[in-house]
Design a protein around this ligand. Structure first.
Ligand code: ADP
Ligand code: MG
Length: 304
Protein backbone atom coordinates (compact mmCIF):
# COMPACT_ATOMS: atom_id res chain seq x y z
CA UNK A 1 0.00 0.00 0.00
CA UNK A 2 1.26 3.48 -0.86
CA UNK A 3 1.82 5.41 2.33
CA UNK A 4 3.45 8.61 1.12
CA UNK A 5 2.71 10.04 -2.30
CA UNK A 6 4.19 13.18 -3.81
CA UNK A 7 2.95 14.19 -7.24
CA UNK A 8 4.58 16.85 -9.40
CA UNK A 9 5.73 18.83 -6.37
CA UNK A 10 7.33 22.19 -6.96
CA UNK A 11 8.31 24.62 -4.23
CA UNK A 12 9.34 28.19 -4.79
CA UNK A 13 10.12 30.22 -1.66
CA UNK A 14 9.04 33.84 -1.35
CA UNK A 15 12.57 35.00 -2.19
CA UNK A 16 12.26 33.28 -5.56
CA UNK A 17 14.44 30.25 -4.73
CA UNK A 18 13.07 27.18 -6.49
CA UNK A 19 13.85 24.58 -3.83
CA UNK A 20 12.05 21.64 -5.47
CA UNK A 21 10.70 20.77 -8.89
CA UNK A 22 9.25 17.73 -10.67
CA UNK A 23 9.21 15.69 -7.48
CA UNK A 24 7.36 12.41 -7.86
CA UNK A 25 7.79 9.92 -5.05
CA UNK A 26 5.70 7.03 -3.87
CA UNK A 27 6.65 5.16 -0.71
CA UNK A 28 5.00 1.88 0.24
CA UNK A 29 4.12 0.77 3.75
CA UNK A 30 7.13 -0.85 5.40
CA UNK A 31 9.70 0.82 3.16
CA UNK A 32 12.71 2.51 4.72
CA UNK A 33 13.83 5.22 2.36
CA UNK A 34 16.96 7.38 2.55
CA UNK A 35 16.88 10.90 1.15
CA UNK A 36 20.36 12.19 0.41
CA UNK A 37 21.92 15.10 -1.44
CA UNK A 38 24.25 18.08 -0.96
CA UNK A 39 23.42 21.02 1.33
CA UNK A 40 20.63 23.04 -0.19
CA UNK A 41 19.40 20.16 -2.37
CA UNK A 42 15.90 20.49 -0.92
CA UNK A 43 15.76 17.61 1.59
CA UNK A 44 14.40 19.64 4.51
CA UNK A 45 11.91 21.41 2.24
CA UNK A 46 10.64 18.02 1.07
CA UNK A 47 10.29 16.59 4.60
CA UNK A 48 8.45 19.73 5.73
CA UNK A 49 6.05 19.50 2.79
CA UNK A 50 5.26 15.86 3.60
CA UNK A 51 4.62 16.84 7.22
CA UNK A 52 2.30 19.63 6.11
CA UNK A 53 4.52 22.30 7.71
CA UNK A 54 5.13 23.86 4.30
CA UNK A 55 2.75 24.26 1.41
CA UNK A 56 4.04 23.23 -2.00
CA UNK A 57 3.72 25.86 -4.75
CA UNK A 58 2.42 23.16 -7.07
CA UNK A 59 1.58 19.50 -6.76
CA UNK A 60 -0.03 17.10 -4.34
CA UNK A 61 1.29 15.52 -1.16
CA UNK A 62 -0.62 12.66 0.45
CA UNK A 63 -0.11 10.46 3.48
CA UNK A 64 -2.24 7.31 3.78
CA UNK A 65 -4.45 8.57 0.98
CA UNK A 66 -5.23 11.92 2.61
CA UNK A 67 -3.98 15.29 1.35
CA UNK A 68 -1.32 16.41 3.83
CA UNK A 69 -3.05 19.71 4.53
CA UNK A 70 -6.41 18.02 5.15
CA UNK A 71 -5.20 15.53 7.74
CA UNK A 72 -7.15 15.31 10.98
CA UNK A 73 -5.47 15.34 14.40
CA UNK A 74 -6.17 11.62 14.67
CA UNK A 75 -4.44 10.95 11.35
CA UNK A 76 -1.46 13.09 12.34
CA UNK A 77 -0.96 10.88 15.37
CA UNK A 78 0.14 8.05 13.06
CA UNK A 79 3.17 10.12 12.13
CA UNK A 80 6.37 10.73 14.05
CA UNK A 81 8.98 13.29 13.12
CA UNK A 82 12.44 14.55 13.82
CA UNK A 83 12.91 18.02 12.39
CA UNK A 84 16.09 19.72 11.33
CA UNK A 85 16.53 21.70 14.54
CA UNK A 86 14.87 19.58 17.22
CA UNK A 87 11.62 21.56 17.59
CA UNK A 88 11.45 21.11 21.36
CA UNK A 89 10.14 23.34 24.14
CA UNK A 90 13.33 24.97 25.33
CA UNK A 91 11.92 26.48 28.51
CA UNK A 92 10.45 23.20 29.70
CA UNK A 93 12.32 20.29 31.24
CA UNK A 94 12.92 17.00 29.45
CA UNK A 95 10.12 15.42 31.47
CA UNK A 96 7.72 18.27 30.77
CA UNK A 97 8.39 17.96 27.03
CA UNK A 98 7.62 14.25 27.18
CA UNK A 99 4.53 14.92 29.29
CA UNK A 100 3.28 17.52 26.79
CA UNK A 101 3.64 15.17 23.83
CA UNK A 102 2.33 12.14 25.71
CA UNK A 103 -0.85 14.05 26.49
CA UNK A 104 -1.14 15.30 22.92
CA UNK A 105 -0.72 11.79 21.54
CA UNK A 106 -2.86 10.26 24.29
CA UNK A 107 -0.23 7.78 25.45
CA UNK A 108 1.01 6.89 28.91
CA UNK A 109 4.09 8.69 30.18
CA UNK A 110 5.61 5.33 31.08
CA UNK A 111 6.55 4.80 27.47
CA UNK A 112 8.29 8.17 27.45
CA UNK A 113 10.31 7.17 30.49
CA UNK A 114 11.35 3.93 28.79
CA UNK A 115 12.48 5.89 25.73
CA UNK A 116 14.44 8.38 27.84
CA UNK A 117 16.10 5.39 29.46
CA UNK A 118 16.81 3.77 26.10
CA UNK A 119 18.51 6.94 24.84
CA UNK A 120 20.44 7.64 28.03
CA UNK A 121 18.46 10.71 29.04
CA UNK A 122 16.82 9.35 32.16
CA UNK A 123 19.24 11.17 34.45
CA UNK A 124 18.45 14.45 32.69
CA UNK A 125 14.69 14.26 33.20
CA UNK A 126 14.64 17.37 35.36
CA UNK A 127 16.94 19.51 33.18
CA UNK A 128 15.67 22.39 31.10
CA UNK A 129 15.94 21.63 27.40
CA UNK A 130 17.81 24.88 26.74
CA UNK A 131 20.61 23.64 28.98
CA UNK A 132 21.11 20.38 27.09
CA UNK A 133 23.85 19.74 24.55
CA UNK A 134 22.88 19.44 20.88
CA UNK A 135 23.30 15.65 21.05
CA UNK A 136 21.06 15.39 24.12
CA UNK A 137 18.39 17.50 22.42
CA UNK A 138 18.62 15.15 19.46
CA UNK A 139 18.07 12.18 21.78
CA UNK A 140 15.00 13.89 23.22
CA UNK A 141 13.72 14.55 19.68
CA UNK A 142 14.20 10.84 18.91
CA UNK A 143 12.29 9.87 22.06
CA UNK A 144 9.50 12.26 21.06
CA UNK A 145 9.35 10.86 17.52
CA UNK A 146 8.69 7.31 18.74
CA UNK A 147 6.58 8.16 21.79
CA UNK A 148 3.28 7.09 20.24
CA UNK A 149 4.68 4.13 18.28
CA UNK A 150 3.85 5.78 14.93
CA UNK A 151 3.61 3.74 11.73
CA UNK A 152 5.25 6.50 9.66
CA UNK A 153 8.29 8.44 10.81
CA UNK A 154 9.97 11.28 8.94
CA UNK A 155 13.44 12.10 10.11
CA UNK A 156 15.58 15.04 9.07
CA UNK A 157 19.18 14.19 9.93
CA UNK A 158 18.36 12.05 12.97
CA UNK A 159 21.96 11.03 13.62
CA UNK A 160 23.42 14.55 13.53
CA UNK A 161 25.09 15.62 16.81
CA UNK A 162 24.90 12.10 18.25
CA UNK A 163 27.96 10.67 19.93
CA UNK A 164 29.36 7.51 18.28
CA UNK A 165 27.66 5.08 20.69
CA UNK A 166 24.28 6.80 20.42
CA UNK A 167 24.65 6.94 16.64
CA UNK A 168 25.38 3.22 16.50
CA UNK A 169 22.35 2.55 18.73
CA UNK A 170 20.23 4.72 16.46
CA UNK A 171 21.37 2.84 13.34
CA UNK A 172 20.66 -0.54 14.98
CA UNK A 173 17.29 0.74 16.19
CA UNK A 174 16.28 2.01 12.74
CA UNK A 175 17.45 -1.23 11.11
CA UNK A 176 15.31 -3.20 13.56
CA UNK A 177 12.24 -1.33 12.30
CA UNK A 178 12.43 -3.27 9.01
CA UNK A 179 10.63 -6.12 10.76
CA UNK A 180 7.98 -3.88 12.27
CA UNK A 181 6.22 -2.61 9.14
CA UNK A 182 7.24 0.97 9.84
CA UNK A 183 7.51 3.40 6.95
CA UNK A 184 10.51 5.65 7.36
CA UNK A 185 11.97 8.52 5.38
CA UNK A 186 15.38 9.55 6.62
CA UNK A 187 17.68 12.32 5.45
CA UNK A 188 21.32 12.14 6.41
CA UNK A 189 24.85 12.91 5.32
CA UNK A 190 26.01 9.72 7.05
CA UNK A 191 25.99 7.74 3.83
CA UNK A 192 27.44 4.65 5.46
CA UNK A 193 24.48 4.58 7.85
CA UNK A 194 21.93 5.27 5.11
CA UNK A 195 23.34 2.41 3.04
CA UNK A 196 23.00 0.05 6.00
CA UNK A 197 19.54 1.15 7.10
CA UNK A 198 17.59 1.88 3.92
CA UNK A 199 15.97 -0.41 1.38
CA UNK A 200 15.75 2.45 -1.11
CA UNK A 201 17.65 5.65 -1.62
CA UNK A 202 16.58 8.86 -3.32
CA UNK A 203 19.33 11.18 -4.43
CA UNK A 204 18.31 14.82 -4.64
CA UNK A 205 20.36 17.52 -6.33
CA UNK A 206 19.35 21.14 -6.95
CA UNK A 207 15.75 20.35 -6.05
CA UNK A 208 15.38 17.43 -8.42
CA UNK A 209 15.60 13.67 -8.08
CA UNK A 210 18.73 12.39 -9.80
CA UNK A 211 18.15 8.70 -9.12
CA UNK A 212 16.06 6.52 -6.89
CA UNK A 213 16.38 2.83 -6.13
CA UNK A 214 18.29 0.23 -4.15
CA UNK A 215 22.09 0.10 -4.36
CA UNK A 216 22.06 -2.19 -7.41
CA UNK A 217 19.62 0.07 -9.24
CA UNK A 218 21.63 3.20 -8.40
CA UNK A 219 24.83 1.61 -9.71
CA UNK A 220 23.10 0.46 -12.86
CA UNK A 221 21.39 3.79 -13.51
CA UNK A 222 24.60 5.75 -13.11
CA UNK A 223 26.94 3.22 -14.70
CA UNK A 224 29.18 3.31 -11.64
CA UNK A 225 31.68 0.48 -11.57
CA UNK A 226 34.76 0.12 -9.48
CA UNK A 227 37.98 -1.74 -10.16
CA UNK A 228 38.14 -5.49 -10.64
CA UNK A 229 41.20 -7.40 -9.53
CA UNK A 230 42.15 -10.64 -11.29
CA UNK A 231 44.67 -12.83 -9.52
CA UNK A 232 46.41 -15.60 -11.43
CA UNK A 233 48.45 -18.55 -10.15
CA UNK A 234 51.48 -18.21 -12.41
CA UNK A 235 53.59 -15.39 -13.73
CA UNK A 236 51.96 -13.70 -16.74
CA UNK A 237 54.32 -13.91 -19.75
CA UNK A 238 55.66 -10.58 -21.07
CA UNK A 239 53.87 -10.78 -24.44
CA UNK A 240 50.55 -11.32 -22.73
CA UNK A 241 51.27 -8.48 -20.30
CA UNK A 242 52.01 -6.23 -23.28
CA UNK A 243 48.90 -7.34 -25.09
CA UNK A 244 46.62 -6.74 -22.12
CA UNK A 245 48.34 -3.49 -21.07
CA UNK A 246 47.68 -1.97 -24.47
CA UNK A 247 44.34 -1.14 -23.00
CA UNK A 248 44.90 1.79 -20.67
CA UNK A 249 42.23 0.56 -18.32
CA UNK A 250 44.29 -2.48 -17.33
CA UNK A 251 47.13 -2.26 -14.86
CA UNK A 252 49.47 -5.14 -14.17
CA UNK A 253 50.58 -5.16 -10.54
CA UNK A 254 53.55 -7.38 -9.80
CA UNK A 255 53.45 -10.48 -11.95
CA UNK A 256 50.30 -12.21 -10.85
CA UNK A 257 47.72 -9.50 -10.50
CA UNK A 258 45.73 -7.40 -12.94
CA UNK A 259 43.55 -4.45 -12.01
CA UNK A 260 40.84 -3.42 -14.46
CA UNK A 261 39.09 -0.13 -14.12
CA UNK A 262 36.48 1.86 -16.02
CA UNK A 263 33.44 0.44 -17.73
CA UNK A 264 34.78 -0.08 -21.25
CA UNK A 265 36.53 -3.29 -20.35
CA UNK A 266 34.73 -6.47 -19.46
CA UNK A 267 36.36 -8.53 -16.69
CA UNK A 268 34.96 -11.76 -18.11
CA UNK A 269 36.60 -11.20 -21.51
CA UNK A 270 39.99 -10.65 -19.83
CA UNK A 271 39.49 -13.81 -17.77
CA UNK A 272 38.60 -15.72 -20.95
CA UNK A 273 41.67 -14.35 -22.72
CA UNK A 274 43.94 -15.45 -19.87
CA UNK A 275 42.39 -18.91 -19.67
CA UNK A 276 42.78 -19.31 -23.44
CA UNK A 277 46.46 -18.51 -23.01
CA UNK A 278 46.72 -21.29 -20.46
CA UNK A 279 46.92 -19.04 -17.42
CA UNK A 280 45.02 -20.24 -14.40
CA UNK A 281 42.80 -17.58 -12.84
CA UNK A 282 42.70 -17.89 -9.05
CA UNK A 283 40.41 -15.10 -8.02
CA UNK A 284 38.28 -12.32 -9.47
CA UNK A 285 37.46 -9.65 -6.93
CA UNK A 286 35.12 -6.79 -7.60
CA UNK A 287 35.62 -3.77 -5.39
CA UNK A 288 32.43 -2.97 -3.54
CA UNK A 289 30.70 0.21 -4.66
CA UNK A 290 29.51 2.18 -1.65
CA UNK A 291 26.83 4.83 -1.47
CA UNK A 292 29.63 7.29 -0.84
CA UNK A 293 31.17 6.32 -4.20
CA UNK A 294 27.83 6.90 -5.93
CA UNK A 295 27.31 10.20 -4.16
CA UNK A 296 30.80 11.46 -4.94
CA UNK A 297 30.35 10.45 -8.55
CA UNK A 298 27.24 12.68 -8.80
CA UNK A 299 28.61 15.60 -6.85
CA UNK A 300 31.87 15.56 -8.81
CA UNK A 301 29.83 15.82 -11.97
CA UNK A 302 28.10 18.78 -10.31
CA UNK A 303 31.37 20.65 -9.96
CA UNK A 304 32.45 20.23 -13.57
P1 ADP B 1 18.72 20.73 2.37
O1 ADP B 1 17.89 20.33 3.53
O2 ADP B 1 18.86 19.68 1.34
O3 ADP B 1 20.05 21.27 2.79
P2 ADP B 1 16.78 22.89 2.08
O4 ADP B 1 15.48 22.25 1.80
O5 ADP B 1 17.02 23.38 3.47
O6 ADP B 1 17.97 21.94 1.61
O7 ADP B 1 16.97 24.13 1.10
C1 ADP B 1 16.75 24.05 -0.29
C2 ADP B 1 16.91 25.43 -0.91
O8 ADP B 1 15.87 26.29 -0.46
C3 ADP B 1 18.19 26.14 -0.53
O9 ADP B 1 18.63 26.88 -1.64
C4 ADP B 1 17.79 27.05 0.61
O10 ADP B 1 18.62 28.17 0.67
C5 ADP B 1 16.38 27.42 0.20
N1 ADP B 1 15.53 27.69 1.38
C6 ADP B 1 15.26 26.86 2.40
N2 ADP B 1 14.41 27.38 3.29
C7 ADP B 1 14.12 28.62 2.80
C8 ADP B 1 13.26 29.69 3.26
N3 ADP B 1 12.54 29.59 4.37
N4 ADP B 1 13.21 30.80 2.48
C9 ADP B 1 13.91 30.91 1.36
N5 ADP B 1 14.72 29.94 0.86
C10 ADP B 1 14.83 28.82 1.58
MG1 MG C 1 18.31 20.10 5.57
Amino acid sequence: METIILKDIRKVYKNGVEALKDINISINAGEIVGLIGPNGAGKTTLINIILGLLKPTEGVSKILGVDTDKMTKQQRKKIGFILDGPGLYNDLTVDENIKFWSELYGVSQVRGEALLNQWGLYENRGSLVKGLSAGMKQKLAISRAFLHDPSIVLMDEPTSNLDPVARKNMVEFLKSLHDKEKTLLITSHDLFDIERICSRIILLRRGQIVVSGNMEELKEALGVRMGVTIKVSSKIPKDIVNEISKDSEVNVIGEKELILSGDKISPSSVVRYLVNKGIEVEKVEEEKVTLEDIYTYIVKEDEE
